[in-house]
Design a protein around this ligand. Structure first.
Ligand code: AMP
Length: 501
């Protein structure tokens, strides 16, 4: 199935429903279908083989996503925050691209390419004869996403129409949203959750409202003025909202559902958010680019149960990623590839119709080991399941610190540091060491006005974990480096200037 079918279903099911934009002046499903067919006509007549989008999340994004699908070419959303040089580097991996870029990026990054602003492309499309019959097959690429890995060589995950449509058909009920429902989109288009949100919300029948550039106050303001009923945020966004609220209630009576994911959610941020958003149901969504977004979910009921239960097993689920979504199988394997029972920590492998695991680009050949002969995909996340099938993500296998032969998961030490009243952010990494193999370094940002010294933090960790997990070095920083989608850039902490202590 081509993802454009999802738009066709929405447009024929309820053509006059506002799909994108403000309640009284937005774009209806039928208008979105017409706009996408116009964009498809322009893409087709340009001879482009890929439609590249470098811009913020906004009303143009759904049009481009479906326009590319109707033209039979993949959409390639790229990170508009990258330098002109880095963007030019990514473009080398594209085939005959037509670039759509926000005005500010035009001159610098895309000199020498066929390039339009979103507004110009949409205007051209609306004047064009709508494209018909060019749709790609289910097996053709729908979206190419450069993964947010921190390695230098770019590689794009290939998501085919069948992957994305399987994800939607398995996890979303068509037209299941209530008539007034609206979703606030603030995750960038180049993140798989940005793509997944367009498809799932259109299919469910939820109006999309956009916030191009995330600011906590603007986010809360839009929720209130647009009567937003659901939203998705990455952990750094929720942390900023919570910090902005500074202990006050969020006062967003329409917001029934708030999903978070994309990176590990620090427990103190979640707890503060649960206090600030008392009437909102929380969902933790775990997934990877390569799995077409979400593959495990911890829903609102699980959050409530974890908060109110006396059973330590149920309480612990507040840091779980929940249960696998329908259609996705999961297995925990040890380093030798042997499947592990519930409770054992190992590497998470997954399989299902929404799972791709295929790449394109310079580094693609390095990743041939991502899929095994039976189609299982190696997530490279360390994880375990509890006896009831709840998934717990411990972090990336590559981030594990091996100190004197003992494995230390950075998340475990970070969680303890974050429980200290003076600590706002914490990152724990391994630093090469002749004696121990690796030593444990903790990078810490304190709350404004709070003060604590390295020795006190080491004693705090020693008091909660074994002494072998105590950071050897504590480095105080004003801020930690994150990707725009909330992933901690651990390797950046290990530049020579910070290897001290
Ligand atoms: P990406 O493909 O760039 O979206 O990154 C996927 C990785 O982000 C996963 O392999 C996890 O390490 C991490 N991740 C995504 N969602 C979650 C979540 N809900 N909880 C913990 N880690 C997550």
């Amino acid at each position: 199935m081509n993802i454009a079918m999802l738009l066709d279903m929405a447009a024929s099911g309820d053509p006059d429903r506002v799909a994108v934009g403000p309640r009284d002046a937005g774009t209806t499903c039928a208008e979105l279908r017409r706009a996408a067919a116009g964009v498809a006509a322009v893409v087709h007549s340009s001879g482009a083989r890929e439609l590249v989008f470098a811009g913020v999340n906004g009303p143009a994004f759904p049009v481009l996503l479906f326009g590319a699908a109707l033209a039979g070419v993949p959409l390639v959303p790229v990170n508009y925050r990258l330098s002109a040089e880095a963007l030019a580097g990514l473009l080398k991996h594209t085939e005959r691209p037509l670039v759509v870029a926000d005005e500010t990026l035009l001159a610098e990054a895309f000199a020498g390419c066929e390039v339009r602003t979103p507004e110009a492309l949409l205007a051209e499309g609306s004047a064009a004869e709508p494209a018909v019959g060019l749709e790609a097959d289910a097996d053709d690429p729908a979206v190419l996403l450069f993964t947010s890995g921190t390695t230098a060589a770019p590689k794009a995950a290939v998501l085919r129409h069948r992957h994305l449509s399987s994800y939607i058909l398995q996890t979303v009920e068509f037209g299941s949203a209530d008539p007034g429902d609206a979703v606030l989109m603030s995750v960038p288009p180049y993140h798989v959750a940005g793509v997944g949100s367009v498809l799932s919300n259109l299919y469910a029948g939820r109006r999309m409202v956009h916030l191009g550039s995330f600011e906590p106050e603007a986010w809360l303001g839009l929720v209130r003025t647009e009567g937003v009923t659901s939203a998705m945020v990455v952990p750094t966004m929720l942390a900023r909202v919570v910090e902005h609220l500074d202990g006050r209630a969020a006062e967003v009576p329409t917001l029934r559902s708030l999903a978070y994911g994309g990176a590990r959610m620090p427990r103190p941020v979640l707890e503060a958010a649960l206090r600030a958003f008392r009437d909102t149901g929380f969902t933790n969504a775990y997934g990877l680019t390569e799995t077409s977004s979400t593959i495990a979910l911890l829903g609102p009921e699980d959050h409530r149960a974890a908060l109110s239960s006396d059973d330590p097993l149920v309480r612990a689920r507040l840091r779980s990623a929940g249960r696998m979504v329908p259609g996705v199988e999961a297995e925990i394997r040890d380093a030798a590839g042997v499947a592990q029972p519930a409770g054992a920590v190992g590497e998470l492998w997954v399989r299902g119709p929404q799972v791709s695991g295929e790449y394109k680009g310079d580094a693609a050949s390095l990743d041939t080991a991502s899929l095994d002969a039976d189609g299982w995909f190696h997530t490279r996340d360390l994880a375990h399941f509890d006896a009831d099938g709840y998934l717990f993500i411990e972090g990336r296998a590559d981030d594990t610190i091996i100190r004197g032969g003992e494995n230390v998961a950075p998340a475990e030490v970070e969680d303890v540091l974050l429980r200290h009243a003076a600590v706002r952010e914490a990152a724990v990494v391994g630093v090469p060491d002749e004696e121990w193999g690796e030593r444990i370094a903790a990078f810490v940002v304190t709350h404004a006005g709070a003060s604590v010294d390295a020795e006190a933090l080491r004693a705090w960790v020693r008091g909660h974990l074994r002494s072998s997990k105590t950071p050897d070095v504590v480095v105080f920083r004003d801020e930690l480096p994150y990707t725009p989608t909330g992933k901690l850039l651990r390797r950046q902490l290990l530049t020579p200037t910070t290897r001290k202590g």
